[in-house]
Design a protein around this ligand. Structure first.
Ligand code: MG
Length: 253
């Protein structure tokens, strides 16, 4: 390569780096202002239609080893960890949808390529063994669907994060619980931090430190305009929000 071309290439790379702006992740899909259930296929569609960089969803493991998408430990009163998938079908979302399996949810998300699928693996209330089982089934499912490039993982369970990374070395895995420094996350081989906004406010140096270590930074759940501006000014990589319409307006200004 000619020296001038090397310099031009370097300048381009530096320019793209400086331009990198905060991206939006819809928390549990886009549901609040569109009035559909959180973590439903409808909320996934809405986040994709709104052009979210990513759309987050929560995954639990049933008693009979089916990965299902919903936030709470129960689905309209039916406990997930101690119930079968069939038993969960007794209830429906108000929009008529049944609880989606992770496979159904991913298949729907994979119909497009622009919006990343941010897969939160929930901690199983029956213990670490079940959480790690869920991690194994998760990586196997993502591999089966050839979804590795479009899926990124997040989890509160540190053991689950390490397991996901062990099972797929190239996977992007971000830790949620807020009790590890950027140095610890780097040393563990994880991809980044995804912390509650209060954690970053308590450790205002962590975003810059994470950047120096080439870790990604994500913050949840930012629903207020002043907090959105605060984290955009900090040049955080991703903001996870229940208010994607508001964040989109701010980012597009
Ligand atoms: Mg979540």
């Amino acid at each position: 390569m000619k020296p001038t071309l090397v310099i031009l290439t370097l300048l381009t790379v530096m320019h793209i780096g400086a331009m990198a702006q905060t991206e939006m992740i819809a928390h549990r899909g886009s549901w609040k202002n569109t009035k559909v259930p959180q973590n439903s296929l409808a909320s996934l569609h809405n986040a994709i239609t709104q052009g979210a960089w990513g759309t987050e969803f929560d995954v639990h493991l049933t008693k009979d080893d089916v990965l299902v998408v919903t936030h709470d430990q129960d689905f309209y009163g039916i406990d997930i960890a101690t119930s079968t998938y069939q038993e969960l079908l007794a209830k429906k979302h108000p929009n008529g949808e049944s609880i989606p399996t992770a496979e159904e949810y991913l298949n729907e998300g994979l119909k497009q390529k622009k919006t990343k699928l941010i897969y939160e693996l929930k901690t199983n209330k029956l213990g670490t063994e079940r959480t790690l089982k869920a991690a194994e089934l998760t990586v196997a499912l993502v591999k089966k669907l050839k979804a590795e490039k479009q899926v990124e993982y997040i989890a509160f369970s540190y053991e689950a994060c390490l397991k996901l990374k062990e099972l797929d070395k190239k996977a992007k895995v971000h830790y949620l619980n807020g009790d590890k420094s950027p140095q610890e996350i780097k040393a563990a081989g994880l991809s980044g931090l995804d912390y509650h906004l209060s954690v970053y406010k308590k450790h205002p140096e962590w975003i810059a430190e994470a950047k120096r270590l080439r870790l990604k930074t994500n913050v949840w759940t930012v629903n207020r305009e002043d907090d959105m501006h605060y984290f955009i000014d900090q040049k955080i990589d991703y903001i996870t929000t229940d208010e994607p319409e508001l964040l989109k307006r701010i980012l597009n200004k």
